[in-house]
Design a protein around this ligand. Sequence first.
Ligand code: SF4
Ligand code: SF4
Length: 85
Amino acid sequence: MFKNLFQQDANKREALAAGYVVPDASRCVQCGICSYSCPINIDVRHHAWQGLPVHNSQCLTCGECVLRCPRGVLRFERTNLFVEA
Ligand code: SF4
Ligand code: SF4
């Protein structure tokens, strides 16, 4: 159980360090689980349908939508904000 908690914690840290959620529209079946799972009601399904990244300043990068999508549609893409050019 502790191992699970630690793993969840590690996943969360990784998600927080990442940038934003990006969909692979071709895999999405529009089930809506992602939108349903989002704690702040971002319509992730709509983004997935359009194939658009979730560029929403409200996004907590909690990773719930990524973890719960049954089709593996969603992933985090890192921003380059902290990378020196
Ligand atoms: S949970 Fe996955 S398959 Fe379902 S609507 Fe969201 S992105 Fe599409
Ligand atoms: S990462 Fe969290 S807050 Fe952001 S869209 Fe997904 S479920 Fe919502």
